[in-house]
Design a protein around this ligand. Structure first.
Ligand code: NI
Length: 137
């Protein structure tokens, strides 16, 4: 059975601040640069969700991308879009909202809704040139 990967792209705008509360403002600025601005700032995030598995002989799909679209909307876009991640999103009240951590949180939110037979990879763009990806581990 051919294994194939299906992709769905989505987008959200969100604000964040990268900092560690037990570090001084000077140290936060030295480590996180502009992203430690105490007044927050926004990014236009792009997320690419990839599901890999066998083509279902009945449907011809690896996974229904319409279902994936709705899952991304409910788990990612509704949760993060136009939010201040540090203040309004439970996961990031105690977890620094770096691209890395947003990517892992997104993966975990999607993973639990997908069949275990599918491999999942989430790629998150924080800027057009800076992106991370996570596929479990
Ligand atoms: Ni930033």
């Amino acid at each position: 059975m051919p294994r194939i990967t299906g992709y769905r792209k989505a987008h959200f705008n969100a604000a964040h601040r990268l900092y560690k509360s037990d570090w001084s403002d000077e140290k936060n600025l030295a480590i996180f640069g502009k992203c430690s601005n105490p007044h927050f700032h926004g990014h236009n995030y792009e997320i690419i969700v990839a599901v890999t598995g066998d083509i279902d002989p009945d449907t011809g799909y690896v996974f229904d991308l319409g279902i994936l679209k709705r899952l991304i909307r409910s788990e990612i876009e509704d949760a993060f879009d136009h939010k201040n991640l540090n203040v309004q999103v439970e996961e990031f009240k105690t977890l620094n909202p770096t691209a890395e951590n947003i990517c892992v949180v997104s993966y975990n939110k999607l993973r639990k809704h997908l069949p275990s037979s599918l491999d999942l990879e989430v790629t998150l763009y924080e800027t057009p040139r800076n992106f991370v990806s996570y596929s479990g581990e």
